[in-house]
Design a protein around this ligand. Sequence first.
Ligand SMILES: Cc1cc2nc3c(=O)[nH]c(=O)nc-3n(C[C@H](O)[C@H](O)[C@H](O)COP(=O)(O)OP(=O)(O)OC[C@H]3O[C@@H](n4cnc5c(N)ncnc54)[C@H](O)[C@@H]3O)c2cc1C
Length: 454
Amino acid sequence: METTSKVLIIGAGLAGSDAAWFLASNGIPVVLAEVKRLKLGPAQKMTTDAELVCTNSLKSLQPDSSHGMLKHEMKGLGSLILKVGQETAVPAGDALAVDREVFSKRITDILGDHPLITKLDIDAEDPNELMSEHGCDYCLIATGPLTTEALTNWIKKEITGEDDFYFYDAIAPVVDADSLDMDKLYFKDRHKPVGEDGEEADYLNAPMNKQQYDEFVNALISAERVAPKDFEELKYFESCLPIDTMADRGIDTPRFSCMKPIGLEMSDGKRPWACVQLRKENLLGSAYNLVGFQTRLTYPEQKRVFRMIPGFENAQFIHLGSVHRNSFLNARKILDFDLSCKKLPKIHFAGQITGVEGYTESASMGLYVASQILRKIKGQEALKWPVETAIGALINYVMTCEKPVPSNINFGLMPPVTLTKEQRKDKKRKSIKKSLAAERARQVFDGFISEVQA
Ligand SMILES: Cc1cc2nc3c(=O)[nH]c(=O)nc-3n(C[C@H](O)[C@H](O)[C@H](O)COP(=O)(O)OP(=O)(O)OC[C@H]3O[C@@H](n4cnc5c(N)ncnc54)[C@H](O)[C@@H]3O)c2cc1C
């Protein structure tokens, strides 16, 4: 497309990378500003773009899951995150997990090689000044949950005021595979039979009997934790609760959550009382992530308590869990449905800062806003997305929820589907509902995508 318009994108994370790719692929020059090559943020370890700061999983690939639906739509929009994710996948059953270093490096190279993308290493402070300095007509702020201080201050001063600009979340530890006692662990994916060669399974399991479990959970409850700072109000994302917070809710809570033994019978057919699941962090299988073990325990206490897990007696941790800040805006109050600022319409927001949660959710918001900016450049009106689609449902959520709490994509964000009498009586009605909602989303999206591309 022939144009003189140029877009400034601040933040080359999941949302910013996909937005930059979308616009550049549609002929729009982009200035992509990123701070991490000057200084890393508190959760970052790499200087490359689109860093996955915690788990290496981009979640389910199942077409009938909400994440599968989101991936279908990201693919339709030409997502670079999804494409490179598939090219750098590591085994993870029905989920898409990636080799995070190869993933991030490849995205950095692809964006860097694009003739319409200019990279700028900067801790952006004032988007208006940067836009005029670089001759940009629009700006997209995609600086994520750990937006740097100066820009946070600018956003608060110019856009949001002081109201609730923070939220807390937590990271799971990663353990060195060689330090584990493999005689006490076994490979098995949930609900799949133990194969002849168990090591083919994607998950490694540490089973516990009742006594081991009770001792472990009691240790979690009594362990020392990192105290929140005075100004911090602990509001966790419900589906990402720290394991210690889960333990506080009751001795059995972890056993009905990330430590549930269902589908993890051992080779003798017996089901453990509880199980810690480990997922490969890299293709080599040299490091494992403790699934669902995000925590606010202090580092020494994490080492002490997690070494109570059978097989972990001598565990060496590659990194330990931690709590983290998670900044986001009250989108409903300050943004329009195309995620442009009501007060400053040339400035847009995308990614986690808009009140979604998750890697693919953030990337899809980047694609969504980029498609809306492209329409503006073409002189077209902003386009309302049907709420039946995964992306439309996320937008509807952030634009309507009264008390914003960042949300993953889930079926609860979409309008309910109507079941027949027979389907309502069916024991599998929950999965029927999901299949129908997913099928409806696919049909609506496939019919709608031509409007986005018009
Ligand atoms: C510690 C932590 C753990 C998480 N764990 C998971 C998880 O396991 N699974 C999951 O799905 N989601 C997780 N999330 C949630 C979230 O979805 C991801 O953080 C996701 O990366 C958000 O995408 P984003 O594009 O909005 O922001 P990011 O991917 O964080 O990208 C923002 C980019 O902006 C840059 N930046 C910030 N300020 C400036 C500035 N002023 N100037 C220039 N550049 C700037 C940052 O360096 C960064 O590269 C986690 C979040 C955090 C903080």
